[in-house]
Design a protein around this ligand. Sequence first.
Ligand code: TRP
Ligand code: ZN
Length: 880
Amino acid sequence: MTARTEQSPSTIRLADYRAPAWRVESAELVFDLDIESTELQARLRLRADPAQHEPLRLDGEGLELLAIGLDGQPLAPDHYRYADGVLQVEGARDGSVLETRVRLRPAANTALEGLYLSGSREAGFLLTQCEAQGFRHITFFPDRPDVLSNYTVTLRADRARFPVLLAGGNPDGAGELPDGRHWARFVDPHPKPSYLFALVAGRLERIERDYRTADGRAVKLVIWSEANVIDRCHYAMDALERAMRWDEETYGRNYDLDVFHVVATHDFNMGAMENKGLNIFNAKYLLADPDSTTDDEYRAVEAVIAHEYFHNWSGNRVTCRDWFQLSLKEGLTVFREQQFSADMNSPPLKRIEDVALLRRAQFPEDAGPLAHPVRPAQYSEINNFYTATVYEKGSELVRMLAGRLGREGFRRGMDRYFAQNDGRAATLEDFLAALGEANGIDLAPYLAWYAQAGTPRLHAGGHYDAGQRSYTLTLQQHTAPGAGQPDKRPLPIPVKLALFGSDGRMLPLHMDGQTSETEAVVVLDQARQSFVFGQLDQPPVPSLLRGFSAPVILQYDYRPDELALLLMHDADGFNRWEAGQQLAQRAYDALRDGAADDAVRAWSEALAALFQDSALDPALLADLLTPPGEIELAERETGVDPARIHALRQQLQRRLAERIGAAALRQRYEVLAAPAAFALDAASQARRRLKRRVLELLALLDPEAAQPLAQRQYEQADGMTDRLAALGVLVRHAAPAAADALAHYRARYADNALALDKWFAVQAQLPGEPALAHVQALEDDPAFTLKNPNRVQSLLGSFARGNPSGFHRADGAGYRWLAQRLVALDALNPQVAARLATAFNGWQRLEPARRAAARAALDALAAQPLSRNLAEIVGNMLKD
Ligand code: TRP
Ligand code: ZN
């Protein structure tokens, strides 16, 4: 019996949650693996909820059912029915054993969900991806995260073609079979939901390390990859060991199996996956070597390795009751990962990077037609909710809670959360209750943050009373209606603050008759509240929302000299940078509005002064010298013209470069470019970061003078950071040397997929009108394919989502082209197509001509037959 089953678009609601009527106590799976055709025998021991009298219904998508039996007897055809993604079985009782046999076709699976082939039929390997609902593409099962089962998995395959056989859990035997075949068995002692199931089979190489947990368990750490890249796995192994130690020290969490496997693949829909005992990684977040990996990418590898490892507790041991609770594991794990990365690197730089990402990716999501709460109330396709809101905003919410409880209180709360929920499928309420109970605090008001979409605006105003020697800070909050929520409630907003005197020193805070340190947190939990600080002999300059203490848009009418003071003196590295960003915003606004030059001067002079400050961390200086990006600038406007924003931002940076001066830039560049042994330490990374920024500013000031520098940097680079930075400058300034450098790079990295991705990306980021033609030409490159998500992201994604002035052509050609490609991509890989389609986000705020063109392209797209994934995104885009 074969059934082609694509569920009709239907809405799943949080309010409709019901506990499962049927559970699976144990699952015994036996796979006969092969590229074209794999057979799977599943034996499920079922448990019925006595309170519910529901027939047995199991999920199953596109499965070819070969045999089915219940309690040892074959099932007659009139005792089961498989249609529309559901297998219904008559006669099952509590304790029954259901046996099914299905055939899968891994090589034909281009969606990369369920069991699929990575690489070619001849040389590739088999692997699975089950989150969120991939397991139903493998076998019939109640495929929902609140069904926790014991798994025993046996893999059988031809030994020559599949020498390595892996599944989650601990190894439990292996051996030979007739006809050159072999088998391996894995038993997972921890009950888990089906989305954490995984297997891998093929020709893979390994590196290993012995690890002993703090509580004494000997663990074998193994990283697997295809032979040609195994040498690039060592950095990830070191990062894994650091992450394991850190989780022991910071959260008291130990690993809980005898083996921990990590596998790299080039064919993956997302970053990586935390399958129990068998993490699978997009190669982009696992492989690293100086010749092909930039500094930013090194840090991303460390962060993603840690993220997936941390999931072993925040996600696997304690999992989610339903997919609405996704941020329970993702927001929490992103937060843990951010803490780890801050500890391993520089806390202020990490905070700047994270907030910049939040503003670039999450704020626009929260302000547009795709806006949804961190805990959405409904969805059509769950894969569309692996968003910046669930991940990054979710992490900000955990950060607020952690800040509220303090270091020790948060640890106490987390201990209680893990203890109370270990082995359970939990909710966000469980999380807040555990944190609150451990500290005697009611955190329930924070639930409103999880339920309400949109970024709150926080208006702050200060008033100094010389007679009273007091300063009154008035805070107000407002969240615009949207996402089906007409009336937004006030949220608890923790505002960390300090007050500065005109000499740049922090003033003691006297509030409510109490004197605290120089830093305090006030919580605004109403629409409007005032806070009075006493014993002040001068009007202070407030440093608000220090460390970005809440995910809001702060509006405070600073004078430029006040911002300059904070930029010079704020001890909070994040707020220091933020003061510079605010100054840059004002300078940008002044340029745009043709206003007087004061704001541009205030910004560029302050930075020119910092440029001479030899005590400043070069990495922070590099970030300070970077104004808000084009996406962030567009967020503040209506009638958006991305070409104009690009031009103005370039002009703004040119003004900065002029103010610093060609000679000073050049001199600094030469110092930074002086030969030094390649190293990955913070100081070396910081030097490269500033070198790139200075080279870019030089190129803006005098492209001809900068070209030989860029060319020399490209040729002499001893690592990818310098090489790619130089290539980017050559390409973006259309330097005559660009073509040669591109050809050289193309040839040098012909066999390095990740390096080649960057070659596509750098060209897709060419600003303005010419970009589209370049992208179209690159689609004909023999190395381009719509079947590989990394390649799609590097060319189509870098253009549509990372190059506003290129994508948003005035004639709408970018929109029409993308809509066409989306249809082709959707037929292969709906998840990747849906993510790419979010490039249209914000289209309603474009200037009229572009808006009309974008709408026409979206309408044309909506008229096509689309996957549920893409249909939901396009549908949301078009609803008003
Ligand atoms: N849970 C994974 C993580 O954040 C991400 C993930 C969700 C994923 N769905 C996926 C990865 C589908 C690959 C494919 O760590
Ligand atoms: Zn995750």
